[in-house]
Write a protein that binds this ligand. Structure first.
Ligand SMILES: Nc1ncnc2c1ncn2[C@@H]1O[C@H](COP(=O)(O)OP(=O)(O)OP(=O)(O)O)[C@@H](O)[C@H]1O
Length: 662
């Protein structure tokens, strides 16, 4: 009887798969992801192992090229509690009186000019009672301002002690800004709160990790801070924005490389294979340790060649960020060519030597600490430990679109363990998948879009509360629409709308494109244009305090331009990544939008980690358009874009302009 039912089910599902092949493939890949993320779900009866259904609002518009499925299990198991949900079911206890008190106080703060009056959307975020909330906040929608009011509400009206609350911001610089805003607004509330304690509520992910590391891993010295002047061992900055390796870091990597080469024949063989050198001499007649070749190596997909030990370090950072443990990779299972596989095999040997060297010097990497802590949090030891820090009970996380699988695993484990101990936990994640620009370092907007998979609420639906901030208070309508038009080419994104709050004035415009622009030959023209824009802003009533921002993906053009600018002009030059969160009356973009080269190793790793439905190449193609969106939406009332050739984002802008004139 049972086998007849099974046969019937199989018949029906294969008929459905034939009729709706895409839907079936999507559902299969979704289920597969769920089961791999929560291996224990496999053991549960079918009814409880079902995937949590995401709200329509939280679904991606359309999936990109699906990554090949990997048969491997995840390398770090998430906290056990995640399969049953982490958050709730109780909501935050918020009474009408508390809401009225907050509204009254905000009204007074508005009258006093301390803050702007929140919109209804912003009020919804400030007063939300769900223990797990996701906020899609578009560019210029006032998320930072609203986040500050949410924290004030929690501290002053819900009386959550600052010792139980942490706000995570992206970098030390954005933390400092948020702290200032928070203390300024709190000052108006005039309550007896310890402002120094409140300042400690705001941290980067890495600084938050350091709090736990101090308890659980001793007091590690950080590899990332070697020779970094003024670095605090507790206020760790997000290394996403870090630039080149410092000499002390290079020395350590080189030492591990040399040691590994001297001691391990297999490593020597792989190194020679990668560098295209003749096989190493293994006759055994050598008296001194063999010296490792220092030839530069260029991995397909990378922009520049580098010594192998630096190439290992760069890819290792990416691998660990996407949640893979280097020692547990099975190279044979990577869907890539021989060179990439040889690279990974060599990397594994190198990484063991490097880790031992770090250990011997009492050093640790940020990624290494995240891994160890995640493992510890998932262990029975953590379940009974008093070391779990209370400040992480209530978490509010900004720029959630830029988190990586590794951080997801750590957060899951942290809140899973706290919830297991009976602590009341809540999570408010604020982000904008349209502004996700750190995929090349291992982060992905897919994690924000698939949030409910990773941070399920308790109960049958396991859904987070989804809120939207859709009003753009920064830019005029034509700028917003041009920004959105480049997103038309993005494969995986959240469909949403935004409206301009600012009125367009005569002379304002969206993106004005200047093509066939050769920076070296026409630099004087560009400088004259920058000067003209400064004059325009000076004459404009109520202009933004920043007049002109000059933006580019790369630093080289910015250096050229900067050298020609009059220092008295109100102009700032920034890479687009660094300009995130900034705004100016006029944004001038100088960029060629070249699509990035295919990266076979990262494509294979993307598929292997099991977190993404997109390939790495597709994710990078999407990211170049999102970067254009971030650049455009820095402008308040004018945007100019200089490029050699209309391609990528600028091609989409040209097509839009043509369509408008038709
Ligand atoms: N309710 C409001 N009324 C009027 N102006 C507002 C309101 N909320 C925010 N603003 C203004 O909108 C601008 C953008 O705010 P904010 O910097 O907080 O946005 P954001 O969402 O963090 O931006 P982005 O994500 O693009 O960096 C600021 O100048 C802020 O003062």
């Amino acid at each position: 009887m049972l086998s007849a039912v099974k046969r019937y089910k199989r018949l029906v599902s294969s008929a459905l798969a034939r009729c709706f092949p895409r839907t079936s493939a999507y559902v299969r890949s979704e289920d597969d992801l769920i089961l791999r993320r929560w291996p224990e779900a496999r053991k549960q009866p079918a009814a409880t192992a079902k995937k949590p259904r995401a709200k329509a609002a939280a679904k991606p518009a359309r999936a990109g090229k699906a990554a090949p499925r990997s048969p491997d299990k995840p390398r770090v198991r998430p906290a056990k509690a995640t399969s049953d949900g982490i958050y709730g079911p109780a909501r935050l206890s918020i009474g009408e009186q508390q809401i009225q008190a907050m509204r009254l106080r905000v009204g007074r703060a508005v009258e006093a000019g301390v803050i702007r009056a929140p919109s209804n959307e912003q009020w919804a975020m400030i007063l939300e009672a769900s223990p797990v909330t996701r906020i899609f906040a578009g560019a210029g929608s006032g998320k930072s301002t609203t986040l500050v009011l949410r924290v004030v509400f929690m501290l002053c009206h819900l009386e959550i002690p600052p010792e139980r609350l942490t706000v995570i911001s992206f970098t030390n610089a954005s933390c400092a800004e948020l702290r200032e805003q928070l203390v300024r607004v709190l000052g108006f509330w005039n309550l007896d709160v310890d402002t120094e304690r409140v300042r400690q509520c705001v941290r980067t992910f890495h600084a938050a990790m350091a709090v736990l590391a101090r308890e659980v891993l001793g007091k590690p010295q950080w590899f990332e801070q070697l020779e970094q002047k003024g670095a605090s061992p507790t206020e760790l900055d997000n290394p996403l924005t870090a630039s080149r390796l410092r000499p002390a870091q290079q020395r350590l990597l080189k030492q591990a490389y040399q040691q590994c080469y001297a001691e391990q024949p297999r490593f020597r063989e792989r190194v020679h294979q990668l560098l295209g050198l003749p096989a190493p001499d293994e006759t055994g007649t050598r008296r001194t340790a063999p010296k490792a070749p220092l030839d530069a190596f260029k991995l397909a997909g990378e922009r520049t060649p580098a010594p192998l030990f630096e190439a290992f370090h760069a890819q290792a950072g990416f691998i660990e960020s996407i949640g893979i443990r280097i020692d547990q990779i099975q190279p044979a299972r990577l869907a890539c060519q021989e060179t990439e596989r040889a690279f990974v095999e060599a990397l594994q040997l190198f990484w063991r030597c490097f880790s031992e060297l770090l250990d011997s010097q009492g050093l640790m990497t940020f990624n290494g600490a995240f891994q160890r802590l995640t493992q510890w949090l998932n262990s029975p030891e953590a379940a009974a430990s008093p070391a779990l820090p209370e400040p992480f009970s209530h978490l509010l996380i900004d720029e959630f679109q830029d988190i990586s699988p590794q951080i997801v695993q750590w957060l899951q484990a942290l809140h899973g363990a706290l919830a297991h101990q009976g602590a009341p936990v809540s999570l408010m994640a604020i982000g904008d998948d349209w502004q996700s620009i750190y995929g090349w370092r291992g982060s992905s907007p897919e994690l924000f879009m698939d949030f409910d998979k990773y941070f399920p609420a308790k109960g049958t639906k396991k859904l987070s509360r989804v809120l939207m901030l859709t009003t753009n208070y920064r830019s005029i309508e034509p700028v917003i629409r041009d920004g959105e038009s480049v997103l038309a080419g993005v494969c995986v994104k959240q469909e949403k709308t935004s409206q301009a709050s600012r009125a367009t004035q005569p002379g304002d415009h969206g993106v004005k494109l200047v093509t066939r622009f050769d920076l070296k030959a026409r630099l004087p023209d560009l400088i004259s244009e920058i000067q003209a824009q400064c004059e325009h802003v000076a004459a404009r009533e109520g202009a933004d305090r920043n007049a002109v921002l000059v933006l580019s993906r790369r630093n080289d053009p910015l250096r050229l331009i900067e050298a020609q600018l009059d220092r008295k002009w109100p102009v700032k030059t920034y890479s687009i990544h660094r300009a995130k969160g900034l705004q100016a009356e006029v944004a001038i973009i100088v960029d060629d939008c070249l699509p990035s080269e295919p990266h076979p190793l990262r494509n294979a790793l993307y598929a292997y980690c099991g977190f993404f439905r997109n390939s790495y190449d597709q994710a990078m193609a999407d990211e170049s358009l999102r970067l254009a969106y971030v650049a455009i939406t820095r402008g308040v009332s004018r945007v100019l874009w200089y490029t050699q050739k209309a391609q990528g984002a600028t091609r989409l802008l040209t097509e839009r302009a043509k369509a408008k004139h038709r």
